[in-house]
Design a protein around this ligand. Structure first.
Ligand SMILES: Nc1ncnc2c1ncn2[C@@H]1O[C@H](COP(=O)(O)OP(=O)(O)OP(=O)(O)O)[C@@H](O)[C@H]1O
Length: 270
């Protein structure tokens, strides 16, 4: 079942920066897709256009068949709670408890005033507690969020996203600020829980080796354009070189960079 379909998505920021130049992609239920590419090619913008944290300039984002770019505020809220978001910098409320942070994942299901007063229903508290036990933080419920290590904070972020009962998780560089051991725990948790709960995931990563380890499909972005969409096995060294190698930028003319892409694509289909 197609969960998400993106058609010709473009984003030009107010200062004229063209971050996305017309992206097409689909996400099927249960896929774990990793988006790779160096810094500044548009990966964050892509994820943020999907849940409308960033307003696309043009193109369509269809979530379960509904075009999110033309929906009412009420419908957008409903769509947003189906898309959990995990951030590089965790985005926790540091002075609040770990449990309260996970309960924030339930805000999309509550009236604004109940949410503002923190009047969470008992089943929500029970579910948040269960999720924290699931991510291995059952002993830390009442600690302040900023008392946890980075890896633990990101596991709170995962529990918060799961508390939304999402169908899709958007993870923007979830391990960029973590050490290798914490990165592995976070990626294993994210992958395992998505699989167990049947949640699709679109995860931005810098690290190609990590992408290859977890992804069911990899999307390569280069300067706002999708240049690769295939399985980890189909991602050739030539394509990785094209996506990451800064000498594309130093190519004396566009045809040199285009030639490099053509050669990489030829290898990919060979
Ligand atoms: N609010 C903004 N206003 C203007 N330009 C922006 C804005 N946000 C991002 N950009 C620019 O858009 C381009 C894509 O940025 P984006 O953050 O999406 O890339 P990225 O691949 O996610 O990079 P990183 O991995 O460093 O986050 C960059 O040139 C960036 O400077």
């Amino acid at each position: 079942m197609t969960l998400l379909r993106v058609e010709d998505l473009k984003k030009v920021y107010a200062d004229g920066t063209a971050a996305l130049n017309g992206i097409d992609l689909t996400v099927e239920a249960g896929e774990f897709i990793v988006v790779i590419g160096p810094s500044g090619v548009g990966k964050s913008t892509l994820l943020r256009c999907l849940n409308r944290m960033v307003q696309p300039t043009s193109g369509k984002v269809l979530f379960q068949g509904t075009d999110t770019t033309g929906v009412s505020k009420r419908k957008l809220r409903e769509i947003r709670r189906s898309m959990g978001m995990i951030f590089q910098g965790f985005n926790l409320v540091e002075r609040l408890s770990v449990l309260a942070n996970v309960l924030h994942g339930r805000l999309g299901y509550m009236s604004a005033w109940r949410g503002a007063l923190g009047l969470f229903a008992k089943p929500d508290v029970a579910e948040a507690t269960r999720l924290l036990q699931r991510v291995g933080l059952g002993e830390q419920l009442h600690k302040r969020a900023d008392e946890l290590s980075g890896g633990q904070q990101q596991r709170v972020g995962i529990a918060r996203a799961l508390a939304q009962k999402p169908q899709l998780i958007l993870a923007d560089e979830p391990i960029a600020s973590l050490d290798p051991a914490s990165s592995e725990i976070v990626m294993n948790s994210l992958y395992t829980f998505c699989k167990e709960d049947g949640i699709a995931c679109l995860c931005n990563l810098h690290q190609v080796d990590v992408a290859k380890k977890y992804a069911t499909r990899i999307i390569g972005i280069y300067k706002g354009t999708k240049v690769f969409d295939g399985t980890p096995e189909q991602l050739t060294d030539e394509m990785i070189d094209y996506i990451y190698n800064q000498h594309n930028d130093k190519a004396s003319d566009q045809s040199e960079a285009d030639g490099r892409l053509a050669r990489a694509l030829k290898k990919e289909t060979a």
